[in-house]
Design a protein around this ligand. Structure first.
Ligand SMILES: Nc1nc2c(c(=O)[nH]1)N[C@H]1C(S)=C(S)[C@@H](COP(=O)(O)OP(=O)(O)OC[C@H]3O[C@@H](n4cnc5c(=O)[nH]c(N)nc54)[C@H](O)[C@@H]3O)O[C@H]1N2
Ligand SMILES: Nc1nc2c(c(=O)[nH]1)N[C@H]1C(S)=C(S)[C@@H](COP(=O)(O)OP(=O)(O)OC[C@H]3O[C@@H](n4cnc5c(=O)[nH]c(N)nc54)[C@H](O)[C@@H]3O)O[C@H]1N2
Ligand code: SF4
Ligand SMILES: [Mo]
Length: 694
């Protein structure tokens, strides 16, 4: 007998809605949820390889306690009781000596993040971290500086857009299924796509125009664009007059940044810059300048993200169909969202965050996410205070934070490392205790509140019982909470009880999710009235080009442009990114995906490779100030001469993950840990490397 379930993929954190067929206790088939607009059956290659994760004999099967040196790969399989007693005992010892704040937790945001936040707060620790800063911290801060909303509270209506500009937002390889489909719809309807990237990516091949920009200079391009827009009055005057403050300061600021000046910095012809400004103005307000995620990570990233958002504001594309919108929650229609454990009144935590967020060094990054790379510094220096226990959940701290060698040194300073994962990640490999989570097919998860033009709620139900001795992270934390004496904040015994608790007051019940996998709070898209109804959350109620958030923290809104250094003769700027077949650092050992894309290589420009005597396919040694590795060269004219590129996610060290062990090089080993002090993102693309024949 076959049964159909609606659920959420978790081969990456996009969480696309899926339909799962189960027969004879086995997952037989997975496809996109046909009831969800923009998905309609489709999946990406990683989503399709979900069953290969489920049935992979190399994933984690039981709790493990380390039996040799850290990283030696000697483990003891233990019962859950033994593992949890061990962790609780160690946590108590650390807390007795150093206080609750000496426990930190790092995780990739997931549906149970409210549970782990509650766990840490209940222990008295302010040191909960998500991946956010590493992914898009400066985008988050830039959005708050202009609108008072985070980037996560904003979206883009691609399918109705007439022109979309992507700054290294490589949508057709760094995939979110709905986004890809909606962009395809826009292109089929005649929309223009301008793609800016120092590499020719798949997205570049589908674009109306592609500019091979000199790496790191997008900000100069944007100042050139703004110069034209303001000089030729190409902006949406009605929108700007009504909603924007700081226009005259911006005008004054961009006056010297002519398109000719931008050409000298970026390599993009001035006439083309002028043309893009005019094209966008013609199509406004149904235009999108995508604020991007990982395209350009530099020490001044905040100002790039602000400049992209400001271009949208000038085009009046905010809250316009085919532009950027503010996500609407259930409150918009007088309803309630799913409850979170963090809604409860929780103990006050023991003051400042160890990573410095909210303090004088990092006043502005989002304290509800933290900055993982500066947590590493705090662990190393024990400043402002010792952090001695680290819980890592659904995150690979060792390989997702720049400068792996430094992270390893910080690990040496910890009394306890616990890793909750489904795979033998490198962080698991270096942990003291490994707690295996059930995969997304085997567990019911917390509810997904999906705000957007139409607020909705999704559920990920268990479709088969766990195949091995694994548990859900929300249950693991509950069982630890009981051992730590903080169980009063966890009002459930099972995931079904937790979901029922979350649903209280929403007007929906568990069975409402069975027909389509989701429930909707509204039928039609909700747009606020652009004349009078925008709920801008800055102190002035206006979109603040001159930002009170920045200036009150002592940062300028419009700092003069600083030229981007060109690498010395024998050096390259290291840039990194994704490939369609893999998720960050987590799918390289997947039986199917490891076949599709088994190892990364180093893209290097043909002319520069010729000078160095490097041939295509040859092994080369790449070296930065913090590390080195040997990787095969991909010699091509599809990359700017100043840059070399590698796909993130390779160079795994966990021997038990045999399909990916030691294949390719980890970008994190090479990258220096530099942080945008305003926005909070790591400047992952500010590392220079040498390349020579290995
Ligand atoms: N050097 C470098 N660092 C980066 C980036 C980069 O390009 N280069 N990219 C940044 C970006 S954009 C992001 S979003 C982050 C992502 O950083 P991470 O979150 O670390 O990366 P992922 O590959 O998404 O997943 C990490 C871990 O989650 C585990 N996992 C998968 N499913 C489950 C599950 O159901 N339960 C549990 N408990 N674990 C699970 C995987 O096995 C993997 O070990 O990295 C950032 N850091
Ligand atoms: N297949 C797959 N899809 C994913 C993910 C995944 O792991 N795998 N992860 C998801 C997540 S968490 C994220 S954050 C997004 C990331 O989405 P993106 O940010 O679109 O992804 P990246 O592949 O990191 O893209 C970086 C691109 O920027 C280019 N670039 C480098 N330097 C510059 C520069 O100076 N200027 C410009 N304009 N471009 C530059 C690089 O060449 C590269 O093509 O992808 C999401 N989708
Ligand atoms: S983008 Fe692919 S891997 Fe990520 S959730 Fe969607 S289908 Fe799954
Ligand atoms: Mo990300």
């Amino acid at each position: 007998m076959s049964k159909t379930f609606y659920s959420l993929c978790f081969m990456c954190s996009i969480r696309c809605p899926i339909q799962v067929e189960v027969a004879n206790g086995r997952v037989q088939w997975v496809q996109g949820n046909p009831h969800v607009a923009g998905i309609e059956g489709s999946l990406c290659p990683k989503g399709a390889a979900g069953t290969a994760l489920l049935y992979d004999h190399q994933r984690l099967h039981t709790p493990l306690i380390r039996d040799g040196e850290r990283g030696s790969g000697q483990w003891r399989s233990v019962s859950w009781d033994e593992a949890l007693d061990y962790v609780a005992g160690k946590l108590k010892a650390v807390i007795d000596t150093h206080g609750g704040r000496s426990v930190a937790l790092v995780e990739r945001t997931n549906l149970s993040t409210h549970v782990s936040k509650t766990f840490l707060k209940a222990l008295g620790s302010p040191n909960h971290h998500t991946h956010d800063a590493l992914c898009k911290g400066s985008v988050n801060t830039a959005c708050r500086s202009l609108f008072g909303y985070t980037d996560a509270q904003m979206g883009m209506q691609y399918d109705k857009a007439k022109h979309i500009v992507l700054y290294g937002r490589n949508i057709f390889e760094a995939v979110a299924v709905k986004e890809v489909n909606n962009l395809m719809t826009a292109l089929a309807n005649g929309a223009q796509l301008t793609y800016i990237d120092p590499r020719v990516t798949v997205t570049a091949t589908k674009a109306t125009r592609h500019w091979m920009i000199r790496p790191g200079t997008d900000l100069a391009l944007n100042y050139g664009l703004m110069h034209v827009v303001l000089k030729e009055r190409l902006y949406d005057e009605a929108f700007v007059d009504r909603w924007v403050s700081g226009l005259s300061e911006l005008k004054e600021f961009v006056r010297p940044y002519t398109p000719e000046w931008a050409e000298a910095e970026t390599g993009i012809p001035a006439a083309q810059i002028v043309k893009l400004a005019r094209d966008m103005s013609r199509d406004k307000p149904a235009v999108i300048f995508h604020f991007g995620y990982r395209g350009a990570h530099h020490i001044n990233e905040i100002y790039l993200r602000r400049s992209i958002l400001i271009l949208n504001v000038l085009m009046g594309s905010i809250e316009a169909p085919g532009g950027l919108f503010f996500k609407k929650g259930p409150g918009e229609v007088g309803r309630k969202p799913a409850r979170k454990l963090t809604d409860q009144s929780l103990p006050k935590t023991e003051g400042p965050r160890a990573d410095g967020v909210g303090g004088k060094d990092l006043p502005l990054p989002d304290a509800s996410h933290g900055v993982p790379q500066t947590l590493i510094d705090a662990i190393l220096t024990e400043k402002p205070y010792p952090v001695k226990a680290l819980i890592i959940n659904r995150f690979d701290a060792l390989k997702s934070i720049p400068d792996t060698n430094k992270t390893k040194k910080a690990f040496d300073n910890l009394d306890l490392i616990v890793c909750i994962d489904v795979n033998f990640s490198d962080s698991a490999w270096y942990a003291d205790v490994v707690l295996p989570e059930s995969t997304y097919f085997e567990r019911t998860d917390c509810l997904q509140q999906a705000n957007g033009l139409k607020p909705q709620m999704f559920l990920r139900p268990q479709v088969i019982p766990p195949l091995h001795d694994t548990r859900e992270s929300a249950i693991i934390l509950l069982q630890l909470a009981r051992r730590m004496g903080i169980e009063q904040y966890f009002p459930y015994n099972t995931m079904e009880e937790l979901v029922a608790w979350q649903l209280e007051g929403t007007g929906f019940s568990r069975t409402d999710f069975e027909t389509k996998g989701f429930v909707a709070y509204a039928k039609d898209p909700i747009f606020w009235d652009r004349k009078d109804g925008l709920k801008i959350k800055t102190p002035s109620g206006k979109i603040e080009l001159r930002s009170s958030l920045l200036e009150e923290a002592g940062f300028p809104s419009f700092p003069p442009y600083e030229p981007v250094p060109r690498p010395e003769e024998d050096r390259f700027r290291l840039v990194v990114g994704r490939v369609a077949a893999h998720t960050h650092i987590s799918t390289q050992n997947n039986p199917y995906l490891s076949e599709l894309y088994p190892e990364n290589n180093l893209w290097i420009n043909k002319k520069r490779a010729a000078k160095l005597g490097i041939a295509d396919g040859q092994e080369v040694q790449v070296e930065s100030r913090c590390g080195s590795g040997v990787i095969k060269a991909f010699v091509t004219d599809l990359i700017h001469p100043e840059a070399v590129f590698m796909v993130h996610g390779f160079g795994h060290e966990a021997r038990e993950a045999t399909r990916c062990f030691n294949k390719g090089v980890a970008d994190s080993v090479l990258q220096e840990s530099i942080t945008d002090p305003v926005g909070g993102s790591p400047a992952l693309h500010d590392t220079f490397v040498t390349v020579k024949a290995a």
